[in-house]
Design a protein. Sequence first.
Length: 693
Amino acid sequence: MGANYELSGENFINPYNFVPVDKGKVKRKDIKEKYEENKEELLYGKIECQMICKTPLAIPDTALKEQEKGVSEEHYYYPFMSVGGHYIVPGSSIRGVVRNVYETITNSCYATMKKDTKISIRSANPFANAGLLFCENGVWKLYKAQKHLINQEEFSFELQDYRDMVGKEFEFRRRQTRNSSIVIWFKPKSGQKTSVLRNQQTMTGYLAIGESFSKKNHDALFQKSNPQNYPEQTIKSALRDLEEILKIYRDDKINLHYPDEHGGYKWFEAVKKDAEAGNGAIPIYFQDVQGRLYVSPAQIGRKFFQRTLNNIVGNLAPEKCDKRSNLCPACSLFGTVKSDKALGSRLRFTDANLLDEAPKATTVVFAELSSPKPSYLPFYLKKNNGVDLIDGYDGTAVDIRGRKFYWHHTPVPQNPTNMPERNKRNATLDTLPSGTKFKFDVYFDGITKEQLSQLCTAINLNENDGETLCHKIGHGKPLGYGSVKIKINEIKTRTFDKEHGWKEAKIDVPQNDNFFCGNETQNALLTICKFDTCKDRVCYPYVEPFGNKSTKSNEDASHQWFSTNYKLGNNSPKYFLPNITDDSPALPSAVKLGGNSSHGNHSSDNNRNNGYNNRQFKEKPRVQNFDKQKQQQPQQNNPQPAKQTPSTNQKPVNNQKPKQQNKNFAQISTFNNNAMMQALHSAQVNKDKKKHK
């Protein structure tokens, strides 16, 4: 049992938040109208800029990374980006930062969103149904299945050694308990008639083996039951989603914490191929939510929402900019490859070079940073009245919060007492100190006066004299790194005169009173871009250990905050991510109260037990007794047979572990079937005699 938690600790501000957007007001135009019909008024020239580091800056040079020596795990060091021995900030990095703000203030499309972007989530509730996918005459069919548990502790071999038999048909016998059906004997179905003992019924089912993990108790046999009435296309779509989920499970970057326990169901492709050939089935778990079919390889696993982000953002989806005659403001200026004909950018950002002498770089061991987690719904979805998050992104009324921005704050100075441990989940980087200055240019080629004004706002945030409104750039944004102030030094335009050629002229930096967007968007952007907004600690949700002393790493892990947030709200979140412009954008940290609780490790307990009381029967099955009898018999009376493959097609078992004795095949193979049946029969007769006595 684990610890109790309350969300009543010190306030913290989540490192990121979202600037709201208006999906209904996207102004797309034909580039002919914007450029070709107004050639006389187009502007050419450059914007000379200065960038000042407000917090330390980290721009890792991935081409020069080095693996650090003397570290137990694979850990890399990244020097600061440089060219010819001189520190730089790549123009592409600056361009991305400026475009993000430009898209926000002009209500343009989400340019970096991929087509048909789906979100996966770890299901909060177990998948209720066991199922089998059969390919019948080239058409996938889903059948509900009855699950019969194979208790690993009651058999003397490792089921994980026989993953190549997943989905194959087996004969088995079972014992019924109050809560579940327990397998006591099973073997691959051979097509031969199996003798049946008195009061014992032989059934058939399909082997289902999940991933190996610590304290795992069960695998199972799935007995085919009722067909489910889903259209073929629905099942195909669910199967495609399942294959994408397996890619997530197999991603080493995602599963760095569990390199040895999670193989990503590597048996799946072979099982699917055999099922397509009519040899077996794919064992899965499934659930139906208002006619939507979700499938998973595990009872508590991941699933993909069926609505895509593109569908949710509507007019702001990048594929809406599909023609040159229908482009959003950002695609018109920065270019796009998503239209019928790719459109080049009218801007060019140079690399930023140091303005003064090179400062001394400081080497910092960065804390572990994970990828975005849009699956945590209370942080990524709007809290609309009447909207139940139970459907997640599939809910018809849900909407995302907007565009992600990071709060500005100063990183905690690193010293030997607070330095993170070096491992393969984090990295060591060189950083340049606060106060470092760079210079760069932005060349513009045939843009309108309005576009120049909007571009300048995106660059200096309508503040060219002060240093309050800042951008975020580079690595470590959640940790406080990369806050920079960009100023415009001057703007030069170039005009061509037939008599005098090209002429340069300085023009004033536009002084805009607004951000070209609605008040809600503007106020949120101004707030999160202010360097001194945050008064509370800025960090990801965390747990304050009981007595300020860490005990078990899992009990102090940040995910306890998220699970506690749902538990305190009775499986609905108690806290949503505050809006940027709320009176306080802070949340309370979790406090570990200590002691035992039925809530502690709730998720992991459910994972292990899957709702079954697997400790009701202490006795070993009779087959286990047969194993012991066989070992005690003289060798000449019961010669040890050669090991055979427990497979219907007699293929060798892959990755078979060498065993000191062959006893582990007694329950699962057919090679010694007669001896086994005789022993089972004798055991039954002896038991009956004892009853009569």
